[in-house]
Design a protein around this ligand. Structure first.
Ligand code: FPP
Length: 247
């Protein structure tokens, strides 16, 4: 279990968010607007990932989680799924060295068993190479779905109860959170979604209980490190109370 961010009940003037999570949306609409195939939108989206990492490094954010491929994205047309998987491979082969030099630790959450063996191998090598880095933890959510994650956690707990390792009354919020794929991460302080859509789409639903939300009208390929910095500044004006009464 990881220590959660200290509740900042004091009102405006918040510290830099420790954990920022992003729903990267709008690659397809960006492509339509620029009269390009969807694959080009995704390619530009992968370039925007670099910007987000730079933004996080510049701002002093400790954890950046990116929703790159949801469990539902497998239902997209086969050629689009192949394009996205191809991009991911390209990204991992080209960017991991740079990330390592920048002090970034890479971690992947999601159903890795759904990914091809070569991608799983690349992920495993990248996670091992960067394991000791501590400037920024970059979490990529791949084949990830929040409901699926919670169901899996429930199954693990039931298994422990049936084996007599714990009793049902031992199950607390912390015990359940320890079975989630995010058990080593603090909850996200800020969740950003681009493209003007305002929903969570099965992303970090448990972890988002007290997150601040920021919905941006720009499309993901247009996201820049300056956008990231502006999002952090906007977050710092928020008043987080965690259900407490204002002082
Ligand atoms: C949403 O755009 C984006 C995705 C489904 C995938 C996100 C992937 C990337 C940013 C590129 C690869 C990622 C990495 C980490 C290398 P959309 O296609 O749903 O856009 P639309 O809603 O406008 O159609």
């Amino acid at each position: 279990m990881v220590a959660q961010s200290q509740p900042a009940i004091s009102g405006p003037g918040l510290a830099v968010p420790r954990h920022v999570a992003i729903i990267m949306d709008g690659n397809g609409r960006w492509a339509v607007r620029h009269n390009k195939p969807r694959s080009v939108g995704h390619k530009r989206g992968a370039e925007a990932v670099r910007e987000a990492i730079e933004g996080a490094l510049n701002s002093g954010v400790e954890y950046l989680t990116l929703y790159a491929f949801s469990s539902e994205n497998w239902n997209r047309p086969q050629d689009e799924v192949s394009d996205l998987m191809g991009l991911l491979k390209l990204y991992l082969s080209r960017e991991v060295k740079t990330m390592h030099k920048q002090g970034v630790r890479l971690q992947v959450i999601g159903r890795k068993e759904m990914l091809s063996s070569d991608i799983r191998e690349m992920i495993s090598r990248a996670e091992t190479l960067t394991a000791e880095n501590s400037r920024l933890t970059l979490v990529i959510a791949l084949s990830y779905g929040s409901r699926d994650e919670i169901v899996e956690a429930a199954k693990k707990l039931v298994g422990k109860v049936l084996e007599g390792k714990i009793s049902a009354s031992d199950i607390t919020e912390d015990v359940l959170a320890d079975e989630l794929m995010t058990s080593s991460l603090p909850d996200p302080d800020l969740i950003i979604r681009t493209s003007g859509e305002q929903r969570l789409s099965n992303f970090l639903m448990w972890q988002a209980a007290y997150s601040e939300f920021l919905f941006l009208d720009l499309l993901w390929p247009d996201f820049s490190k300056e956008t990231f910095q502006d999002a952090v500044s906007e977050y710092q004006t928020r008043d987080r109370r965690y259900g407490a009464r204002p002082q």
